[in-house]
Design a protein around this ligand. Structure first.
Ligand code: PLP
Length: 423
């Protein structure tokens, strides 16, 4: 039996209504920006397998680092023990993050990285016997699918069924040129209540909302308001981290520094699930006490897995190489050229670019839902053409591995142009 058929018998896929879903292509091999399914069909992975893979599939540098670690020390518990790879990786990560980030907490995925940040914010104030139990987040934010992360997420159909069971989160709009003053004063007046522990945000680009972009100066002002009111600013860089916006981190465009940062997706170059939450010294000190009850009682079995750490160290070394930095610039330049070409197309409403991220909104008469008809039509068209793109409603975006070739990227653009003819 074909793998695709067998998959239907056993597997329950993410974000999938299986009654209406077709059989899924079964991928058996990947190299660089390409994937192949069991029938030999080739795909260009134009979204880096959900934004995790900057350096290409089956990358040998990372694979060798993983193999070496697997045959030296594959795993050891991080409770009561440490190991060289965790020490090396923490030192490395802190050296490239904003200078106020001083402590590293490991976990397994983006949602847990966010969960840890939210718990730390709430417990920081609990430890001080200050009652701050709510947080602030953007409308349409996405921070993950576990309960705390889900509470912070604003895309309603992801969270609708659980509304009664969630942490209290108050939302502010994403700042635009038109509403910036309004958003700033809304945050200012909310924070005056003294009930908030943190403001969590995706810096500069809201990924799952459809690569919605806003500017650094507005975010600087929002963070400044948080600082003034002693509310923690949590930068969720799970999507934006490690070069996506053109700099290592979206926060590198800011003059303000966040209090906590969440990292995952590209951390290990798309190989091993791993995440990091980082903290300022002030936050760490809020747990530092002779009283054991003030500790952060949070942990995961695979915390700081040495193999994951080795993969992350190899990835960061790649990220910092001249070749990859050139790749990022090249992808960005080509996006700008495509943007110039496509922005006046009669079916294009708007376009936007940040680093290696390109997004285009298709003009529609109706409000397109996240997994609506237009989205499905586009998705199926791209898959048929051998291009992996996952439009969000009427938004088509590209977030390719940095090493995608010029010819491959041109094929992605050309297929998007063809898609505009069928909508
Ligand atoms: C994907 C994502 C998450 C959740 O990460 P998972 O690894 O899927 O749990 C959190 N925040 C942002 C900004 C993301 O893009």
């Amino acid at each position: 039996m074909k793998l695709s058929k067998k998959d239907k018998l056993y597997n329950w896929h993410p974000y999938t209504q299986h009654k209406t879903a077709a059989e899924f292509p079964a991928i058996v091999k990947g190299k660089d920006a390409l994937l192949w399914d069991e029938n030999g069909k080739e795909y260009i992975d134009a979204i880096a397998s959900w934004w995790v893979n900057p350096f290409g599939h089956s990358n040998e540098v990372i694979a060798n680092a993983i193999y070496k670690q697997l045959t030296t020390l594959e795993h050891v518990l991080f409770g009561g023990f440490t190991h060289n790879k965790a020490v090396e990786l923490s030192e490395k990560v802190l050296s490239i993050l904003p200078a106020n980030q001083k402590k590293v907490f490991y976990s397994d995925n983006g949602s847990t990285a966010v969960e840890i940040a939210i718990k730390a914010a709430l417990q920081f104030f609990y430890n001080k016997e200050e009652k701050r139990t709510k947080i602030i987040a953007f409308e349409d934010a996405f921070h993950g699918d576990t309960f705390g992360a889900m509470a912070a997420s604003g895309i309603s159909f992801f969270t609708e069924a659980f509304q009664g069971s969630l942490l209290e989160v108050i939302r502010i709009p994403v700042p635009t040129e038109d509403n910036e003053e309004e958003v700033l004063s809304k945050l200012e007046s909310l924070l005056q209540s003294g009930q908030f522990a943190a403001f969590i945000f995706e810096p500069l680009v809201l990924g799952a909302a459809g690569m919605v972009m806003y500017n650094a100066s507005a975010l600087d002002k929002l963070i400044a308001i948080c600082k003034k009111n002693h509310v923690f600013a949590i930068a969720d860089e799970v999507m934006t981290g490690f070069g996506k916006t053109g700099k290592n981190f979206a926060c590198d465009y800011l003059t303000q520094q966040p209090d906590m940062m969440c990292l995952s997706k590209a951390l290990t170059g798309g190989t091993i699930p791993m995440a990091i939450t980082t903290f300022t010294q002030e936050i760490f000190d809020g747990f530092y006490s002779d009283d054991v009850n003030k500790a952060l009682f949070h942990g995961h079995t695979f915390t700081a897995n040495p193999t994951g750490c080795a993969a992350a160290l190899a990835s960061i070394e790649l990220l910092e190489s001249d070749k990859i930095q050139q790749n990022i610039t090249q992808v960005h330049q080509q996006h700008l050229v495509f943007q110039e070409k496509i922005k006046a197309h009669p079916k294009v409403k708007t376009t936007r670019v940040s680093g290696v991220i390109f997004a285009l909104e298709v003009k529609t008469d109706s409000q397109e839902s996240y997994y609506g008809n237009l989205r499905n039509k586009l998705y199926n068209f791209f898959i048929e053409k051998g291009i992996i793109l996952r439009p969000v409603g009427n938004i088509i975006y590209i977030l390719p591995p940095y090493i995608i070739s010029n010819a491959q990227l041109q094929k992605v653009y050309q297929t998007i142009e063809e898609a505009l003819e069928i909508v």
